[in-house]
Design a protein around this ligand. Structure first.
Ligand code: FPP
Length: 250
């Protein structure tokens, strides 16, 4: 089943975003400011991600999707890439146990083929362990790119012999077909780019950018992002006057 599309229907109104997508940027700068190696910022970043999961679950968010490793991140120095792979394993093998106890569902999206056999097996095991949980779905985007996602979907349709495709055909083949489109996109670390993240799915996402570095993105900062979301008037192409009064914003 694919979820309603922001370009084909008017999405239901919700105070709390159903789906939050995050670019966790600024780990390297956080570490540098403390005269620590860059990778210590990533280590702290994983703890902050755990807190983000707790807070989002408590607020009633259903899906949290985070960009942990882009297709372009392979260009980083080999020792940093290898540290990030190690952290990914920690998340998949250790942190997943607590997530499971808390009822979270873990998913991984991206091209798995370039990861080690151990990572690939751990992804399958972590997804299987948590598949029947009904709490927040945490999706880790790893070796993921928005263009890659659209292309793999299009190629899957070509393989099925399709010569003409609809929006729903394509949506059904994208990563996370069952998730609602992200309502809120957060990027920490001061950059105001989408960096090839969920290009198709974020057609009508509300964007929130903050200078706060990811390892400092704790409860108060999460609240600020959600408050900002609560003030957005989501028109999906309509005029303000067409919205029900409770959805209009001053
Ligand atoms: C961007 O900061 C961050 C990354 C490329 C990696 C994000 C990874 C984590 C938060 C680790 C935990 C997640 C998992 C699931 C293993 P940057 O290094 O570009 O920071 P900078 O812009 O300050 O250099």
């Amino acid at each position: 089943m694919t979820r309603p599309s922001s370009t084909q229907t008017i999405l239901d109104y919700t105070d709390v975003p159903r789906h939050v997508a995050v670019i966790m940027d600024g780990n390297g700068r956080w570490a540098k400011k403390r005269l620590l190696p860059r990778v210590m910022g990533h280590k702290q970043g994983l703890d902050v991600l755990e807190n983000m999961c707790r807070v989002c679950a408590a607020k009633g968010v259903q899906y949290l999707t985070v960009f942990a490793f882009s297709t372009e991140n392979w260009r980083r120095p080999a020792d940093e890439v290898s540290f990030l792979m190690g952290l990914f394993l920690v998340a998949l093998q250790k942190k997943v146990q607590t997530m499971h106890k808390n009822g979270l569902r873990l998913k991984v999206i991206g091209d798995r083929s370039r990861f080690s056999a151990e990572i690939q097996q751990s992804i399958v095991a972590a997804e299987k362990l948590t598949e029947n949980n009904t709490g927040l779905t945490l999706t880790i985007a790893a070796d993921y790119g928005g263009r890659w996602d659209i292309l793999q979907a299009a190629n899957a349709l070509l393989k099925e012999g399709k010569t003409e495709i609809t929006e729903s055909d394509l949506s059904a083949k994208l990563m996370l077909p069952d998730a609602p489109e992200p309502d809120l996109f957060i990027r920490t670390g001061g950059e105001t780019r989408i960096s090839n993240f969920m290009l198709w799915q974020m057609a009508y996402a509300e964007f929130y950018f903050t200078d706060t570095l990811w390892p400092d993105f704790k409860d108060d900062e999460i609240d600020k992002a959600f408050q900002s979301f609560g003030k957005r008037e989501r028109r999906f192409g309509r005029t303000s006057e067409q919205l029900p009064p409770e959805q209009q914003r001053p």
